[in-house]
Structures are given as C-alpha cells and as structure tokens.
Design a protein around this ligand. Structure first.
Ligand code: TYD
Length: 136
C-alpha cells in the first residue's frame, strides 16, 4: 500500500458552552477503527515511537497539550506539531515515526485500523530504510 502522512482539520462545533469535535469512521477517520490507545504522563525529555508499520493506518490527535511527530517515508522527512484537539495527523503505510517534545499535560490519542500486532512493527531503522527503498 502507498504511504501517506497528512494533517486533517476537524470541524469544531462550538457555542457559548465550549467546543466539541465528532469523528466518524470513513468520514473524518478514513478507515475503520479497530483499536484506540492513548499516551499520557510522558516524562520530561522522553521520546517514543522509533518504529514503522507495514500496513497500519493511524490518526493521532493531541486531545490535550502538545507533541511533535517526526515522520519519514519515501524521500520525505517532516515534523508535525500537534497542539490542538481540532486537528489530527493521518499516518498510512510504511512510515518511520518518532514522538518528541511531549508537554507535561500531553494526551496523545491514537485511532488505529488494526489490532495490536508486534509482527507489523519495523523497529530497526536500517530495515525500514531498506524496505522504504529511497535511501531515507
Ligand atoms: P511501545 O510500542 O513501546 O510504545 P511507543 O511506540 O509509543 O514507544 O508500547 C509500549 C507497551 O504497550 C508495549 O509493551 C506494547 C504495549 N502496547 C499494547 O499492548 N497495545 C498497543 O496497542 C500498543 C500501541 C502498545
């Protein structure tokens, strides 16, 4: 499958009470969600991730605080700042991802297209570069 990384801006339903974002499968979320997890309480100066997946699709949302996501695929290597619940980062296919600079209040919600499977992980950067085939 092709790899892709892009920011998706969500519609915010706001009124005098505050804000609400609604996400539905195959509309705002371009896949069927089989798994949800969230990362929180990340200690200062800790980075996470450092792996790729072969066919997983994920939508990452900083529902609180902020985090920087570094994504590498094909010939592209780019940092995305997730700092608002009104946007998500879609990651599809063979993409190396690293998560850095978690704020102390960061809650990173991840919606995923597949159940957890260690076999779908590529944790070795050299192996990722070989499968990526573009020399990184
Ligand atoms: P890990 O892959 O190290 O997280 P990160 O990519 O954010 O650095 O996962 C931490 C632990 O959680 C590890 O023991 C595997 C487990 N885990 C699950 O059981 N299910 C999941 O969906 C995920 C993402 C992790």
């Amino acid at each position: 499958m092709n790899s892709e990384v892009k920011i998706i801006d969500f519609t915010v339903h706001g009124d005098i009470r505050g804000s609400l974002v609604a996400l539905e499968c195959t509309k705002e979320i371009p896949f069927t969600v089989r798994r949800v997890y969230y990362i929180f309480g990340t200690k200062a100066d800790v980075s996470r991730g450092f792996h790729a997946h072969r066919k997983l699709k994920q939508l990452l949302i900083a529902v609180s605080g902020s985090v920087t996501i570094l994504c590498e695929h094909g010939t592209e290597k780019k940092k995305f700042q997730l700092d608002s619940p009104d946007k998500g980062l879609l990651i599809e296919g063979l993409v190396w991802r690293e998560m850095h600079d978690f704020s102390s209040d960061a809650v990173l919600l991840v919606l995923a297209s597949e159940y957890y499977s260690e076999g779908d992980y590529i944790r070795d950067y050299g192996e990722f570069l070989r499968e990526n085939g573009c020399g990184g």
